[in-house]
Design a protein around this ligand. Sequence first.
Ligand code: UDP
Ligand code: MG
Length: 319
Amino acid sequence: MKTVSIVVPCFNESEVIDTTVAELLSVTRSIENYQFEIIFVNDGSSDNTETKLLSYSQQYDNIRIISFSRNFGHQQAVSAGLDVSSGDAVVLIDADLQDPPKLIADMIVKWEDGFDVVYGTRSTRQGESKFKLASAKCFYRTLNYLSEVPIPLDTGDFRLMDRQVVDHLVAMPEKSRFIRGMVSWIGFNQTSIHYERSARFAGESKYPLVKMLKFGIDGILSFSVKPLKLSIMMGFACSGIALLMLLYSVYVRLMTEHWESGWTSILVSIFFMGGVQLISIGILGEYIARIYNESKDRPLYIIKKNRVLDAAKVDETIE
Ligand code: UDP
Ligand code: MG
C-alpha cells in the first residue's frame, strides 16, 4: 500500500489545531487504499499548540510531531517536515484550514494519473484584506517576470509532490528557501487544481507585513539575478541621454544664437559619468550574480524517472 505524508507547519495555531486534526483525520480515513502519516511541525509556538499536538501524537499512531527550538519561519518548518517524511507522495498544507483538506483526494487522483506535482491554485480568496490581495497579485506577477523559471501565479505551498520531487527538494542545499519556486525549478510533470481559498478558520495571519515583505524579497532574490543586472541597463540609458544631450548642444551652439556657456559641459559630463558608474556597478553585478549562483550549489540538471514506465519494467522482470 502506498503511503502519503501530510506536512503541516504550525505557529501559534492552538485555536484551530483541534479542528484541523479532526478534519485531516476524517479526510484521510475517507480515502481508501492509502496509508497516511501526518507530520505536524511546531515552529516555536508560544501558546499551547505543542502540548495539544503531543497529546494527539500519543493518541494516534499516524500523527508525528517535530518541534523547533524557536520560531524559524514557515519555509523552514515545511523543509523540516519534508526532511523526515517517508511517504511515496507528500502533501503540504497550512494549519489554518484555508486550504481545504478534501482536495487531497483529488490531488492523489492526479498523482496516480502520472503527475509528479499537483499544486492548488487559488481562484478566489475570501477573508483577506484588499491590501493583501493586491500585494499578492502584484508580487506573483513581478516574481514571474523576474524569475528564470516560470512560477505559477496565485499558488501557495498547498500541493502534492511525488517522492522523486521531494528527494530533489530535500537535497537542494540552499539556505534561503522559497519552496514553491524551488519546486517549479525542479520541474517534472506539474499540474494545478483550482480551488476557492476560504478565510482563516480561526486565529490571525502569522504573516504580518514585515514577514510578508521578507518572504517576497527572498522569493525574488532567490530566483532572479535580474535586480543585480539592473544598473547596466540604467547605465546605458544614462550614457545614451548624455550622448543625445551632447548632440543637441552641439546643434544649439552651431546653428542657433541662444546658447548658454558652461551649462552643457557640466550636464553632459554628469550624465556621462553617472552612466559609466552605473555600467561599472552592473558589471560587478554580473560577477556577483555568478558567485551567487555558484554558491547556491544547485545541481546542473535533474534526470527524470518515468514512474509509469519504470513500474512496468519492474513488473516485467518479476514475471
Ligand atoms: N507558519 C509557521 N511559521 C511562521 C508563520 C506561519 O509555521 O513563522 C505557518 C502557520 O501556522 C500556517 C502557515 O504557516 O499553518 C501559513 O501561515 P498563515 O496562515 O499565517 O499565512 P497566510 O495564510 O496569512 O499567508
Ligand atoms: Mg493562512
